[in-house]
Structures are given as structure tokens and as C-alpha cells.
Design a protein around this ligand. Structure first.
Ligand code: SD4
Length: 328
């Protein structure tokens, strides 16, 4: 494998190798911190340590599948995981006890689809893809999204698990609304992939902030904020307090910065710094960005330590610690 000198972003790719025994044939990469792997394609990356999701995406890519199918099937793994209380079925409800889900998807041609604050449907990413492929629209919200899902054959599902219900009832005793930094260390999943043809796609799905106001929508289903892909340049996706990502149109900003010549790492750092600049007196919230460029180089940056992101290529399945603006 070719190597090159450590650049600004190299630590995020090489450091903190954690093996996941998902595929026996897999060789755990043994990289030294300070070196960076040459970009290899295909590749799937996602926010946080959602190794099962990147493994699923890799299964698709390995067989020659499209980046679009890879990100779609990858993030669905988390939507279906009832133990994941921040995405899909089993997600934490809003303050009225209703689970409402946000998701979006974007392909190599700039086509995109999204659902916002949709209830009773377990796989919002699949509905978002249907919005993209079956309607002239980009976003469907609330009851309209749910109705569309039924028309497309999706089943009504009670998304509030016993555990989520108990946690919500506990929360109601104080009703204090304060997003927690690095919730249980896993959160919204944003995924980016490049397939064997070199085409890029992205997907992002979440149950949003726990105990949010009814009808609240964050960045995750907003194209340009929670996710953006430009097949000429690269892609970016976000996790954390969505309101702050929306204020800077974070993912679009990062892709545009890469277009202007920044590496994915430099672009993610600038994305976070723009948010910091708007919050000089208040940094008690988390934001994490990940990005990939057309070559398959990756980067990540966050405000508080603790954010990680997964990469899956033929050379390794790695949980990479992200550098952070605050280094406490
Ligand atoms: C949102 N960005 O709804 C999502 C949720 C998230 O940490 O990532 N929370 O704002």
C-alpha cells in the first residue's frame, strides 16, 4: 500500500483502529498514527461507531452495487435496531410521546428526497428514497409523508418501545430540555459512499433531539444542512444540534470548501469554526461533521471530544476518533 506524508487530516484516517469481526476475511489495518492511507475505492463512511451500518454498505459496494444502494441499506441497519434510541424504530419520542423521524438521501446526479417529522413508519430513509424516485418533490412532511408511505406500501408501526416510553415518562418528571453531548456515544447516522464507478451518494436519518417540541425538525433531513453530495467534488454530513448546522448550511458549506481546494479535514474544521463564530459565548453543545472527496479521502471534526466516524474500505473497517475544536 502506498503511503504519503502526514497531512492535516491524516490522524483521523489512521488513528484509533478498532477491529470489528464482521468479516472473517478481513485484515485489520496496522497503521501508525501520523501516516495516511492513499484513498482507496470503493468506500463507505458514517458518523459515530455504527460498524454494522458500514458493514452492510460494504456488502453492497463489494458486489459492485451503487453508492446509493449502499448508503440506503447501510443506514437502514440503524433504523431497524431497536436498541438504537436515536435513529428510526425505537428512537426517543418528542415531548408529547410521539416518535417522529427525519431522513434524507441524495444521489450522484443531485437527485434528493426527504421526509420530515414522519410518524409510524419504521424506515424513513426508504420513504425519502421513494420521494426522490416517485414524486416530483424533494420533501414531504408530517401526515403527508406518512400518507405517501402507506400509498407506497409501507406498514404502520408503533415506534415507541417500552424502554423509550419509560425514559420519556422519567423525563416528564422534570421536563428539562437540554441536548446531551455525545448521547450514549451514538447518534444520528449520516453516511457517505463512493462506489466502484467513482460515484458518490449520501443518506442521513434520525429521530432528532429527544423530547423535542412536536413538529420540530433539525438539520438531518435538510439537503445542504445535514447532508450534501456533489458528484464532482464530494459529500458531507452532520450530527449534533441541528439548529446550529442549519444556521450555517453546514454540509453544503463543507462541499463548497472542498470544491475550492480544501481537503475534507480542512473543510470540516472550517465548518465547525463557522458554527463557533456564531456561538462565541456558548459551546455546550456538540456538532460533528464528516466529509469525503471524490478521491475517497476523508475528514472529520467536532466541537467536543468524543465524536468518532467509521470508514470501510478493502483495507480496513476502522472507527476513527475525530479531532475536536475543544480539546478537554
Ligand atoms: C437533529 N442532528 O435533529 C439531529 C440529531 C442529532 O445529536 O444528531 N443529535 O438536530
Amino acid at each position: 500500500m502506498k503511503r504519503r506524508k502526514f497531512l492535516r487530516n491524516s490522524g483521523t484516517v489512521a488513528a484509533g483502529v478498532i477491529s470489528t469481526p464482521l468479516f472473517a476475511s478481513f485484515n485489520e489495518p496496522k497503521e501508525e498514527i501520523g501516516t495516511e492511507k492513499e484513498a482507496v475505492l470503493p468506500i463507505a463512511i458514517c458518523t459515530w461507531n455504527f460498524g454494522n451500518a458500514t458493514a452492510k454498505a460494504w456488502q453492497v459496494l463489494e458486489k459492485g452495487g451503487s453508492a446509493l444502494d449502499a448508503v440506503h441499506q447501510g443506514v437502514m441497519v440503524e433504523e431497524n435496531d431497536l436498541n438504537n434510541s436515536t435513529v428510526g424504530n425505537g428512537g426517543r419520542p418528542d415531548r408529547d410521546g410521539n416518535v417522529s423521524l427525519d431522513a434524507c438521501i441524495m444521489d450522484k446526479d443531485g437527485n434528493c428526497g426527504a421526509v420530515l417529522a414522519m410518524q409510524n413508519i419504521a424506515n424513513p430513509i426508504s420513504v425519502a428514497r421513494k420521494v426522490m424516485e416517485e414524486t416530483p418533490h424533494v420533501m414531504l412532511a408530517g401526515k403527508g409523508a406518512e400518507q405517501f408511505a402507506y400509498e407506497q406500501g409501507f406498514k404502520k408501526t408503533d415506534l415507541l418501545t417500552e424502554e423509550s416510553k419509560k425514559a420519556w415518562e422519567e423525563w416528564k418528571k422534570t421536563s428539562q430540555y437540554k441536548p446531551i453531548i455525545n448521547i450514549e456515544n451514538h447518534d444520528t447516522i449520516g453516511m457517505l459512499a463512493i462506489d466502484a464507478d467513482g460515484d458518490i451518494a449520501g443518506a442521513c436519518t434520525t429521530s432528532g433531539m429527544a423530547y423535542k417540541m412536536a413538529g420540530r425538525v433539525g438539520d438531518s433531513p435538510i439537503i445542504g444542512a445535514g447532508l450534501f453530495v456533489d458528484n464532482e467534488v464530494g459529500g458531507a454530513t452532520a450530527t449534533g444540534v441541528g439548529e446550529e448546522v442549519v444556521r450555517t448550511v453546514g454540509s453544503f458549506l463543507i462541499v463548497e470548501l472542498m470544491r475550492q481546494g480544501k481537503s475534507p479535514q480542512e473543510a470540516c474544521e472550517e465548518g465547525v469554526k463557522r458554527i463557533i463564530a456564531k456561538n462565541k459565548d456558548k459551546q455546550d453543545f456538540q456538532i460533528g461533521f464528516i466529509a469525503i472527496n471524490k478521491k475517497g479521502e476523508t475528514g472529520a471534526y467536532c466541537i467536543h471530544p468524543g465524536f468518532t466516524y467509521r470508514t470501510y474500505t478493502k483495507e480496513g473497517h476502522v472507527n476513527n476518533p475525530s479531532d475536536s475544536y475543544l480539546n478537554k
